[in-house]
Design a protein around this ligand. Structure first.
Ligand code: FES
Length: 168
């Protein structure tokens, strides 16, 4: 093979150089954009801070709805998100804080709002029912129990964290 066949023409040299430099510049511009776009996915799921919700004295054996706000940081966006919890004391005096978000399609459940089921949580969207402890009633649309808030009592105040599926 002659040396002539291996020689790079001026046109080829310019093509290679410009393609390389262009690719390098494009990568330099795209990488921060891609990183910015997927940043929330890359961050480890931060534990939600506990928020003061109610005085323990207010909590009875009957579920009561407490509304509160959580400060949420979603990458570059910060907001105060409204939350609610159904809170009561069980027979042993333990505090139970249930999420009101129905596990069927996400409507809001209410305590004792169905006259035929005065001792259950009721979801009006598709007639979902839950027992007082949050377990879903079989034969109604929800297929999982209500989420339970992480909670802590400090100086007579109830603090709530994230709502999670109950441990079985
Ligand atoms: S959303 Fe609650 S039963 Fe369908």
């Amino acid at each position: 093979m002659s040396e002539k066949n291996h020689r790079v023409s001026r046109r080829q040299f310019l093509n290679y150089t410009l393609t390389g430099v262009g690719g390098f510049m494009a990568a330099g511009m795209l990488m921060p954009m891609v990183r910015f776009a997927i940043d929330p996915v890359l961050k480890a799921g931060a534990e939600q801070d506990l928020v003061a919700v109610a005085s323990v004295d207010e909590i009875t054996n009957e579920p009561q709805r407490f509304d509160f706000k959580v400060h949420q940081v979603d990458a570059w966006y910060e907001s105060e998100e409204p939350r609610s919890a159904w809170v009561y004391k069980d027979e042993s005096g333990n505090i139970i804080a249930l999420s009101p978000v129905c596990k069927h399609l996400g409507c809001t459940v209410n305590w004792a709002s169905d006259p035929q089921n005065p001792d259950k949580f009721f979801c009006p969207c598709h007639y979902g029912l839950y027992y007082k402890d949050g377990r879903n009633v079989e034969g109604t649309p929800p297929i999982a129990p209500l989420d339970v808030y992480v909670h802590e009592v400090k100086d007579g105040t109830l603090y709530l964290g994230a709502a999670k599926p109950p441990q079985s």
